[in-house]
Design a protein around this ligand. Structure first.
Ligand code: BG6
Length: 485
C-alpha cells in the first residue's frame, strides 16, 4: 500500500542536546526517514545545539554516523544522505550562559515555523525557554518540544508547567509521550471510532475486564541513576500505560482535534479510582545467571527498593465503565517483549447449547508491538459430526500482512511526532492538565508504599513477573493472558 506523504513547509528545527543519545538514536534518524519520504523539504534547516565544541561539518559527520547506525540501510541510498546532511548546521550553545545564543538567533530564518526541541534534562527547560525569549527567537510560529520525565511528582510537574508558561502558551508546548506516536497506539482510536462494530459493546455491560500489558526484555541498561529514582510507576505507568488506558476508555471525541481528544483523555484520568494497597504488586528483577546482572547490581544500589515491575487494578468510575476493572502491568527483564491490550468480553448471557458446550467468551486482542495487529477470538462449532461442540478460534490480522509491503517496519514514533510539531498538530501530545492529573493519581500510590515501607517482591529475570501479580487476578477469578512475543 502506497502511503500519501504531504510535504511540510520549510522550517527551522533547533535540537538542544543535538549530540545526545535521543538525538542520535531517534530524532535525527526519524527526520532523515521523513526527508527520504519527501516530507521534509531541502530548504528546511536542522540546527544541532550543544556544549561540545565542533563545527557544522563535524556535526554532519556525527549525524551521518548515527544514521548509518540507527536507520535501516536502504534509506541511505541514492545520495539522500548527502541531501539531508546539507540541511544540518551546528552551534555551540551554553544553555545556562550567554555563549552561542546570538549566533543561534542569526541562523534562524524569518517567517517560518521554528521548533525548539529540548532533548536535555528537565533541569534545563527553564533556562532554555528564558533564553529563547531573551534573544528574540520566540515568534508566534515558535514551538517547544519537551521530553519525559515531565516532573517527578505533581508538585514538580506543576512547577515545570509554570516555568514553561512564563515564556510560551499551551498551544506552543509539545510534551512528548512517544507511545502516542506509535502507529498501533494511534490505531486504537481508528479501531474504536472508525468501526461501528465495537462501540456498542465497549462498556461494562459487555466487557468483563481489560488487561494492558507492556512487557520488556531489556533491563535498566545504562540509565540506572535515573531509573532508580523513578521506578516503573513513574517511568512507564504514569505516562505510557496511562495514555493507553485513556485511549481505550475515553468517550468518542466530537472530532479528531487536539483539544477534543485531550479533553476526553483528561476525563478518564480524573475518573480513575485511587488504587487500594492490596490491588498493586511491585517487583524487582533478580540476576540471570551468567547473562544479566540483577536490578540492584545494574543500578549500583545494593539496597534499592525501587520497582522494575508493577501490576495493578483500577476502575474508571463513570457510567460506561462502572464495574469493569482495568488491570495494568509493566516490567523489565520479562520473558518476552510484548505490548498488548486485551479486551475480555463477558460470556453470552445464556447458552442455548447447554452446559456441555462449555463457557466461551470473546476476546479482542490488540498487539501494539511487536507483530502489530489485532485478533478477535470468536466461538464456532467444532467441525465434524456428533453433538454441538464449540471451539474458540482467532480472526487474526497482522498489520504488516494486511497493509505493508513485505518486511516494511512501521514508522518510528518520532517520525510522526516531529512532523506533527512542524505541522502544529498537538493531538498526539500531552496537555499540561493531563500530565498533572496523571501525577495526582500516581502520587498517593507511591506515597502509600513509601509510608508503609514496602519493598518490591523479587522476580526472576526472564519470568512473567512476581507470583503475587497472578494472585491479584486469581482473587477476582481471572488470569493474565500469557506474555508471548
Ligand atoms: C521509555 C522508558 O519511556 O520507554 C524506558 O523510559 C522504556 O524505560 C521505553 O524502556 C519503552 O519504549 P518502547 O518504545 O521500547 O516500548
Amino acid at each position: 500500500m502506497v502511503s500519501r506523504v504531504i510535504p511540510v513547509e520549510p522550517f527551522d528545527l533547533v535540537i538542544f542536546g543535538g549530540t545526545g543519545d535521543l538525538a542520535r538514536r531517534k530524532i535525527l534518524p526519524g527526520l532523515f526517514k521523513r526527508y527520504c519520504a519527501g516530507q521534509m523539504p531541502d530548504t528546511a534547516q536542522v540546527i544541532g545545539a550543544a556544549r561540545s565544541p565542533m563545527d557544522s561539518d563535524a556535526y554532519r559527520a556525527f549525524v551521518a554516523e548515527a544514521i548509518r547506525e540507527f536507520s535501516p540501510s536502504r534509506f541511505c541510498e541514492n545520495g539522500a544522505l548527502d541531501g539531508f546532511l546539507a540541511c544540518l548546521e551546528y552551534v555551540v550553545v551554553d544553555a545556562r550562559g550567554t555563549d552561542g545564543w546570538d549566533e543561534l538567533a542569526q541562523r534562524l530564518g524569518p517567517d517560518r515555523v521554528r521548533a525548539f526541541y529540548f532533548s536535555v534534562g528537565p533541569g534545563l527547560f527553564g533556562d532554555l525557554a528564558e533564553r529563547i525569549h531573551l534573544h528574540g527567537m520566540a515568534t508566534s510560529e515558535s514551538r517547544i518540544v519537551v521530553e519525559k520525565p515531565f516532573g517527578h511528582d505533581l508538585e514538580t510537574a506543576r512547577a515545570l508547567n509554570a516555568t514553561l508558561a512564563e515564556h510560551f502558551h499551551e498551544g506552543q508546548i509539545y510534551r512528548i509521550d512517544h507511545y502516542l506516536g506509535k502507529e498501533t497506539v494511534q490505531n486504537l482510536m481508528a479501531i474504536r471510532f472508525g468501526n461501528v462494530l465495537f462501540e456498542p459493546l465497549w462498556n461494562s455491560q459487555y466487557v468483563d475486564h481489560i488487561q494492558i500489558t507492556v512487557a520488556e526484555t531489556v533491563g535498566v541498561g545504562g540509565r540506572g541513576e535515573y531509573y532508580d529514582r523513578a521506578g516503573a510507576m513513574r517511568d512507564m505507568v504514569q505516562n505510557h500505560l496511562m495514555q493507553l488506558l485513556c485511549l481505550i476508555a475515553m468517550e468518542p471525541p466530537a472530532k479528531f482535534d487536539p483539544d477534543a481528544v485531550r479533553d476526553e483523555k483528561l476525563k478518564v484520568i480524573r475518573a480513575l479510582d485511587p488504587v487500594e494497597p492490596h490491588h498493586i504488586v511491585r517487583g524487582q528483577y533478580g540476576a540471570l545467571d551468567g547473562e544479566h546482572p540483577g536490578y540492584r547490581e545494574a543500578v549500583g544500589n545494593p539496597r534499592s527498593t525501587t520497582e522494575s515491575y508493577i501490576a495493578l487494578k483500577t476502575h474508571v468510575s463513570n457510567w460506561r465503565w462502572a464495574g469493569t476493572p482495568f488491570y495494568l502491568r509493566t516490567g523489565k527483564r520479562l520473558k518476552a517483549r510484548s505490548s498488548v491490550i486485551n479486551v475480555m468480553f463477558k460470556d453470552a448471557p445464556h447458552s442455548i447449547f447447554g452446559p456441555e458446550a462449555g463457557r466461551h467468551a470473546n476476546l479482542l486482542s490488540i498487539r501494539l508491538q511487536p507483530n502489530e495487529g489485532i485478533t478477535l477470538k470468536v466461538t464456532i462449532k467444532e467441525p465434524g459430526p456428533g453433538g454441538m461442540r464449540l471451539v474458540d478460534v482467532p480472526l487474526d490480522m497482522t498489520f504488516a500482512d494486511a497493509l505493508g509491503p513485505e518486511g516494511e517496519e512501521p514508522p518510528d514514533a518520532y517520525e510522526r511526532l516531529i512532523m506533527d510539531v512542524i505541522r502544529g498538530n498537538q493531538t498526539l501530545f500531552m496537555r499540561g492538565d493531563e500530565v498533572e492529573a496523571a501525577w495526582a493519581w500516581t502520587d498517593p500510590i507511591i506515597g502509600g508504599w513509601q509510608a508503609r515501607g514496602e519493598v518490591p517482591k523479587p522476580y526472576d529475570s526472564g519470568s512473567a513477573g512476581p507470583d503475587d501479580a497472578d494472585l491479584l487476578m486469581k482473587r477476582d477469578g481471572r488470569a493474565w493472558r500469557g506474555i508471548t512475543p
